[in-house]
Design a protein around this ligand. Structure first.
Ligand SMILES: *Cc1c(COP(=O)(O)O)cnc(C)c1O
Length: 354
């Protein structure tokens, strides 16, 4: 049996004897050492924290398991969230597991196909709002205030409590905190949660230091970098297409207390990193996840020195969430051949020699 975060990190979570110890096997994700990408920027130790290996394919499961366990403890019967996709997939899965009605509000036409398929498959009630994520979040906040439905967006503090366990795992895996943590920033809950996790672990004597936090927003959806909300956020990375982050202050604290920075990456840089990760490292992630690596590459190009440093890039979700994108940007031709040995042999030999 694979134990989840409620078992492994109980001492660091707000659990009571009445909190049901539910799990779909979240957490304990691989920390994979880069073989080629790190070397290209002169860094011997770059690691990828593969959060796409969680049960629904993103880090959202770490926080959702705590939020749903607490909802059960508090006798809730329904949960609700606004989502660019991954939160709804996760809420739908844990809601189904817990026997709760799950209602998700998604921005119409702006959610990756894999994520919507998950919400539907898990039996969530999906409401497509003709507006963006920020509007959907405003609406669910009002509904959760008005009715006895538990809000499971990251404004629910239990979400961040669960998400901080990824920082614990990184320290447990490396023996101490890394020098830098690179992470995509959308609603800014995750960067806030990691900082909380690194801080609590250091306070508990499990780490001797904390990393510098390097957060990356998409150029067309970078409210924290600009210093004001963005009305109509645009980026190919739908999971970070957010104009008014709920955990804005938490992100600023993580940046400033760690001596790190929050910067932008363009969609071009995101797609470049997305391809490099898959082709050079065997890691297929969704575009928002590639923002962490895009940011690392950008800072290295600008002259930041990572030699002798230990860097962890958080790969927040799996590439299978967004199969349309992978197909759209495919630039390696598909070879169609008749099913006889001669034709296949000719094509194969032509490819092999290259
Ligand atoms: C939610 C999400 C993000 C952004 O995390 P925030 O906590 O909103 O900053 C990044 N990547 C993926 C894959 C996500 O699902």
């Amino acid at each position: 049996m694979r134990e989840g975060v409620l078992h492994r990190y109980a001492a660091f979570l707000p659990l009571t004897p009445q909190t049901p110890r539910i799990s779909l096997g979240e957490g304990n994700t691989p920390l994979v050492k880069s073989r080629r990408l790190g070397a290209e920027i002169g860094c011997e130790e770059v690691y990828f924290k593969l959060e796409g290996c969680n049960p629904t394919g993103s880090f959202k499961d770490r926080g959702m398991v705590v939020a749903v366990a607490k909802a059960l403890e508090n006798k809730a019967r329904a949960i609700i969230c606004a989502s660019t996709g991954n939160t709804s997939a996760s809420a739908a899965a844990y809601g189904a597991y817990a026997g709760l009605t799950t209602i998700v509000l998604v921005p119409q036409g702006n959610i990756a196909r894999g994520k919507l398929a998950q919400a539907i498959a898990y039996g969530a009630r999906v409401v497509a709002v003709q507006g963006n994520f920020d509007r959907a979040l405003e609406l669910v906040r009002i509904l959760a205030q008005r009715y006895p439905i538990t809000l499971v967006n990251s404004v629910n503090p239990y979400r961040l409590e669960g998400q901080k366990t990824a920082a614990f795992e990184i320290v447990d895996g490396l023996g101490d905190a890394p020098d830098y943590l690179c992470i995509p920033v959308g609603n800014a809950g995750n960067i806030t949660a990691y900082w909380k996790g690194f801080t609590e672990y250091a306070q508990a004597g499990r780490a001797t230091r904390r990393p510098k936090m390097l957060g990356f927003q998409a150029e067309g959806a970078a409210p924290i970098v600009r210093g004001h909300p963005v009305k109509d956020p645009q980026t190919i990375a739908s999971a970070i297409r957010i104009g008014n982050p709920a955990s804005w202050q938490g992100a600023l604290r993580a940046r400033d207390e760690s001596g790190g920075r929050i910067d932008t990456v363009t969609d071009e840089e995101i797609l470049e990193a997305y391809k490099l990760l898959a082709r050079m490292e065997g890691v297929f992630c969704e575009p928002a996840s590639a923002a962490s690596v895009a940011g690392l590459l950008k800072l290295a190009r600008q002259g930041m020195d990572f030699s002798g440093k230990r860097v962890v890039c958080v790969i927040t979700g799996t590439g299978l969430k967004d199969p349309d994108l992978a197909n759209q940007i495919a630039d390696i031709p598909l070879h169609q051949v008749p099913p006889d040995l001669e034709s296949v042999e000719e094509v194969v030999l032509g490819l092999w020699g290259r």
